[in-house]
Design a protein around this ligand. Sequence first.
Ligand code: SAH
Length: 394
Amino acid sequence: MRRHHPWVFSGAIGSVEPAFTEAGWAEAVTESGAFIAYGWYDEKSHIILRLISWDRKQSPGDDMVRSLVRGAVERRKSFFSLPDTTAFRLIHGEADFIPGLAVDAYGRELRAIVSSRFADKNLGVIAEELDALLHPDVIEAVTDKQFAGLEGLAERIRHFRGGKETREDESRSSVRFIERGIWYEAAPGKGQKSGFYCDQRDSRSIAEEYAAGRTVLDLFSYTGGFTLHLLRGGALSVDAVDSSESALRHLLYQIHLNEDKKVLPPGSREKVTITAANAFEHIRQAEEGKYDMMILDPPKLAKTKSSLGNAMKAYKDLNRVAMMKIRNGGIIATFSCSGAMTREDFRMMLAWAAADAGAEIQILRTLSAGEDHPVRLSFPESEYLKGYIIRVIR
Ligand code: SAH
């Protein structure tokens, strides 16, 4: 608590005075009564106390929330004037001192992902402040389904216009946005086509630099974040694999969109094959030596610290098989977005995989989320996305 980690679990709390039954602002003090921090207390949350401010002079409440939102948006100032990118993160949860809330901008729309009771309860004030600062067309807030159960939150979608909550019809049209000059389209709601992972922006650009003349396997391709960049970078072909058929269909649509916008040359679509499959199985069937570049961007395999052991095995297996199948000297962009896995764990996993694959590995680039997803030093979990560009030598 003193080192500004924001999570306090019930076992760390001696007593709650006066007895609190509802959720609300609280002051954390030592046994002798010395001030530690202000936070949000909620018995129904899996993190009973979320510390927010260590500054005694600030008073907790709506104004504090407004100023936290303002601070996060002001820190993104440089993103608003980027000529070729209109999708980026405005609020990155605890790393921006707002627990359990992510807010992304997609052009003139904002998308909030709510993963804490704190964010859910304070969403009205947050939306009001975002509206006052940015005047978006709409703010759409969805409950993060991974946390709905843990936090006792209903899975729902809320909308705010002009800072006020509205009832929305389902007929809203899709929103188009660009990332480093490439066009994407997201649909409203929470389906496979609705989301976008803007945390991989820098890594996609870096992968593009390596793509020229390569035969690429894009595993866990989703709607083609990497595939589109690889095509622009001059890849000979890209095989995109994902378990979601609708994501793959959307990938093809986004290739057409970029051909229409003249971002990709005509004929780009013919370079791509899509396969709906379990990527862990699919890579075992891959022809040895066919690919000289691979993207491995699996979903979060370690959801909590306790599942880290099994997740490490799955990551290792995936990377080991990739190292065995890739052409000698080929390039792999490999990632983990598990907050429970440290960068050291990730490196160790790669070392095990390499030993079993009988390969030497050179790390060419160290990858992480973009600076709109800052890592807060006092909250190591915020370094959730880790990656490397490696060269495989056998
Ligand atoms: N690289 C993507 C993001 C990947 S997100 C981008 O840049 O946009 C992870 C993806 O893995 C999701 O699309 C999900 O559908 C897919 N997925 C999850 N489990 C899978 C499995 N076992 N096999 C293949 N795809 C899987």
